[in-house]
Design a protein around this ligand. Sequence first.
Ligand SMILES: *Cc1c(COP(=O)(O)O)cnc(C)c1O
Length: 446
Amino acid sequence: MSVSARNSGYEGETGAARRERILRAAVGQGLLDPDTALLAGFVDLDGVEGTVTSLRNAFPDSLQVLHAFAAKANCLVPVLEELRRGGMGCEVASAGELARALEAGFDPAHIVFDSPAKTRAELARALSLGVAVNADSFQELARIDDILATRDTGSRIGVRVNPQVGGGSISAMSTATATSKFGIPLTDEGNRRRLLRAYRDRPWLTWVHTHVGSQGCPLDLIAEGIAQAVAFAEEINAHLGRRQVTGIDIGGGLPVNFADDETTPGFDTYVDRLREHAPALFSGAYEIVTEFGRSVLAKNGFMAAYVEYTKTVGGRPIAITHAGAQVATRTVFAPDAWPLRIEAHDPDGTAKHGRPVAQDVAGPCCFAGDLLARDRELPLLDAGDLVVVPDTGAYYFSTPFHYNSLPEPAVHGARVDADGRVTFRPLRPAPTADHAVPAVAVLAER
Ligand SMILES: *Cc1c(COP(=O)(O)O)cnc(C)c1O
């Protein structure tokens, strides 16, 4: 049973039935409309709550753990607010994400700033706010030295290490290869010694960070990378003869199942694997930070778009919908690495149950490769139908690509009460009607 079904008060309702319930309510309440609201994202806020609870419960109460949501996975301020109310912190990787985290009301002490490209000004700001900082390189450490020469900070400061344990099935998502751009590589000649000296000379360097991800990485690879980081923390403390390293930030990167509605692997499985590979992490000697993004939001969101037209080309039916590369960029450009499910619905939101027919599901963008699915078996789509795209709560509609000046779609948060009634709250407003008219064209008409 999916996490969202467990929390809805609707015991036994499956993911697809819940999406159908939310979709029908959205059409009924005018949040989707074939003339004015062609595409929208939905976040199941009950589901998010359930997922955050399962993350919290996966770690023993005896440990001090801050679960910092990786903001890039879904950086809508109201979503961040929901997560903050659920007890999470926030991991940010740019000045823009930091601004949104602050707007969402996170205590700076619960924000972690990671990025391989932090500017001097960004570092100074984070250190003056008390935001935790993980240095990505020796050069960045030298910049932090310069800043701390003139002021104190309450920030927890660590170094991101790359344990170089190898990559997963998607090379663009693999952060712990021998030559990854992230962190200081632990096994490169001379680096361990240089890092030990860096910690010795900087008593304020009290954290070790690693993030082995992401989608496509097996759990054992992730756990082994974290084990290397934990072992290095132990090595630093042994070498210095004092407990200088007091915290380990183990990153995020738990892969998500895009094939069906099962939430697998769960956070409990992940923690079991961590216990096997890195028992010292559970000794109580270290505070822990996690940085999950995709696994918190992906399965708790879906998008829905109208089919504008259908046609048959070279014998294959094609549905032209309003969801394409602007909201499913990775799927369109790397379809084999990022396949998405598609569900066919009638104009009122009811699921279609016709005989499956192989068809292409295309988006509105003006290039031929703008396809959400190729040759996909689905009940035959008609103009005016709706397509639902599950598992898109992270890195999809929240992360739009501005091709063809297509607007960022509205995003609605949904909750289902014990009687099955759906209520919505806006998470991102609907685009204005004239969004696509460029300012220069308006001026030229004057
Ligand atoms: C992207 C990122 C995360 C989150 O990764 P997910 O796969 O979404 O869990 C966490 N930490 C860092 C440093 C990242 O860059």
